[in-house]
Design a protein around this ligand. Sequence first.
Ligand SMILES: Cc1ncc(C[n+]2csc(CCOP(=O)(O)OP(=O)(O)O)c2C)c(N)n1
Length: 344
Amino acid sequence: MRSTMESSLGTKTSPTPAAPTPLLGEQLLDLYRTMMLSRLLDERMWILNRQGRAPFTISCQGHEATQVGSARAFKTGYDLIFPYYRDIGVVLSMGMTPRDLMLAFFARAADPSSGGRQMPNHFGSAAHRIISVSSPVATQIPQAAGAALAAKIRRESSVVAVYFGEGCTSSGHFHEGLNFASIHRLPVIFICENNHWAISVPQEKEMAVATVAERACAYGMSGVVVDGTDPLAVYEATAVAVERARHGSGPTLIDAQVCRLRPHSSDDDDRRYRPADDIESARQHDPLDRFRRTLQERGLLDRTLDEEIRNRAIAAVDDAVAFAEASPDPDPSTLRLHVYRSEG
Ligand SMILES: Cc1ncc(C[n+]2csc(CCOP(=O)(O)OP(=O)(O)O)c2C)c(N)n1
């Protein structure tokens, strides 16, 4: 894994602001709790899928450090978040609950994301300023640039965060969004969760550059590579980007190098294309194990507290599953509500 590294070639950004105040004690344990809850929710979704109780799931496993570490740098209920489908750790950090996620997972009427109409992990919550995930990948990137322009015109001090995989950086939406955001010095942070695979396509067949961060210099913005399995490194890189954005110094592209611990989705069998040693190497970089060791080394976590955190997360997942499974499906009479068609 690479350490934090900045690509400043051709950038027009202001000098890097001072390092953010480090997170301490209970704040670090909070990151760990949310990472653990994300992992256990995700694991349960796979089990429910394999039991035939839910049709589809797509995983955050291996991405939790980037999701939870970056989200810690944003103001909940104030900054605007465009997540993508793996972002369980982001939306939990911004205030959505395990019950919210399980209601969506089972497509129940009370699902706050879409009333049971969207696929699982198409998170959305007006209350938490989380913009609904769209299935066509990368479309959220120019949308985020537009939302940042709106914030700038209204002279708000909010920033916009947009999340995506590295596969999206080969899409035109990515290039148009970054170009526009940089020209207008918009307060937007582009966060790439780079797991080096776009379904079955490895990174070297997605792009001819070694890092996504390098793409930033083509737009005159700062591009940063960060070890995405370390929540503290991601938090620091994001906090610096947020500081810049809030003070009019424009956007940043963060290339967070994560690992994909599961197949692309529950409909994928990655043994057909992914070398066994690549999966094994990803497991060696499991962000949850790594952060557990960090907290143990700092004397913040012992076996008893770890067990307690795990058991609380299991109880929250159990509660969410029972609550959502007992919740009613959407009433068939509502089938046509919120469905739009264009007049031809
Ligand atoms: C416009 C569009 N093309 C293709 C797809 C099918 N698709 C869904 S996820 C995905 C791969 C995305 O890879 P990446 O951006 O690296 O994210 P990851 O899933 O690896 O986190 C593709 C091609 C889609 N949803 N939208």
